[in-house]
Ligand binder design. Structure first.
Ligand SMILES: Nc1ncnc2c1ncn2[C@@H]1O[C@H](COP(=O)(O)OP(=O)(O)OP(=O)(O)O)[C@@H](O)[C@H]1O
Ligand SMILES: [Mg+2]
Length: 322
């Protein structure tokens, strides 16, 4: 299992999240709504994935920037146990307020903040050669880091040259999909070993209402041997690699806060891949990790390694199969 060294690098957005809810419907402007629960925590898709790795007893290296204000100092403090490389920059820290509706939907408000300062030039000196032959670099939340987005093809080339396999989770583009955006994201997915998107992202990227047709359109764009994962919320996930197709149902769970579901999935799936899991086992590991992590609130209270048993289970299954 590769000892204590991390084989997963995570590059992308970190920020301060204030999660509040539940609300039922959108309030009238100018009113005040009292809600039952809240949590202030380190967030952003890259931090969520790195935190999920730590809950699962794994190690990763988180690479990002932090602002030079009080929320930035707080964020750096929260993420210190992860031994994150957080490059300071002179910008106010990106803050997100996430409002959870009782129907399960979330609405986010996010400030531009320090994430706009994340550039390839700032990041590059902190990217070490891959620590082992099967190391993976996860690129996450690209649309919140516009300067880095412009260098994505270069970053992917460089990561490959340094010996990494590249995993990509773009998340939803706040500016919505256009012909130009589809071409840009299409260029990225053809350079990755693991493409980790949700159902709506896959259908939007392929410009097709129908998921099956969307997958058929995207698969020929993948590199040989690459995997396309489609995350489908409470329905679970499906994955395709070299013509093999697997589906995994999510366990039923009562969940208040699904924020970070996709990032927790990515952590479980990628750790399993690093442990040598094939498509079906990695897909199952991703779903189990996601459901187990998002079922807990407050999230901050999960101790590092607390969910390591989930991962050990995958490893045991793999050993038995070997
Ligand atoms: N309500 C739920 N019940 C059980 N499992 C869930 C639920 N929602 C999500 N999951 C698990 O989390 C995984 C990822 O969730 P989802 O498909 O919502 O990803 P996503 O849209 O990328 O998430 P995010 O909004 O965090 O980016 C699912 O494949 C599933 O395994
Ligand atoms: Mg997502």
């Amino acid at each position: 299992m590769g000892g204590t060294q991390h084989r997963l690098s995570i590059i992308g957005d970190v920020g301060v999240d204030l999660v509040l809810g539940p609300i039922s419907g959108w309030p009238r402007i100018g009113t005040e709504t009292v809600v039952e629960r809240s949590e202030l925590r380190a967030g952003g898709s890259a931090a969520n994935a790195a935190l999920a790795v730590s809950y699962l007893g794994g190690k990763s290296q988180l690479l990002s920037v932090v602002g030079n204000d009080e929320p930035g100092a707080w964020l750096a403090h929260e993420l210190r146990p992860l031994q994150a490389a957080l490059i300071p920059c002179s910008a106010p820290t990106t803050v997100t307020v996430g409002l959870i509706d009782s129907c399960g939907e979330r609405t986010f408000f996010t400030t531009r903040g320090h994430l706009e300062a994340l550039t390839y030039e700032l990041l590059r000196p902190h990217i070490a050669p891959a620590p082992s032959a099967n190391s993976i670099a996860l690129l996450s939340g690209v649309f919140l880091t516009p300067a880095l987005r412009a260098s994505y093809p270069l970053l992917m080339r460089e990561l490959h040259a340094l010996g990494y396999r590249v995993a990509l989770d773009t998340n939803w583009p706040p500016q919505d999909w256009s012909v130009a955006l589809r071409a840009e994201v299409g260029g990225w997915i053809s350079r990755c070993e693991h493409v980790l998107l949700n159902d709506l992202e896959v259908r939007s990227l392929a410009d097709s209402e129908d998921l099956g047709a969307a997958i058929e359109r995207l698969v020929p764009m993948l590199r040989q041997g690459a995997t396309l994962v489609v995350k489908m919320g409470a329905r679970g996930a499906l994955a395709i690699q070299d013509g093999e197709r697997c589906e995994q149902r999510a366990a039923a769970a009562s969940i208040f806060d699904t924020i970070g579901a996709g990032d927790s999935f990515n952590a479980g799936y990628l750790l399993a891949r690093l442990d040598g899991a094939g498509l079906a086992d990695a897909l199952a590991a991703g779903c189990t990790a996601a459901t187990s992590i998002i079922a807990r609130f407050p999230r901050r209270a999960i101790a590092a390694g607390e969910l390591a048993g989930l991962r050990a289970h995958t490893a045991t299954v793999l050993e038995e199969q070997a």
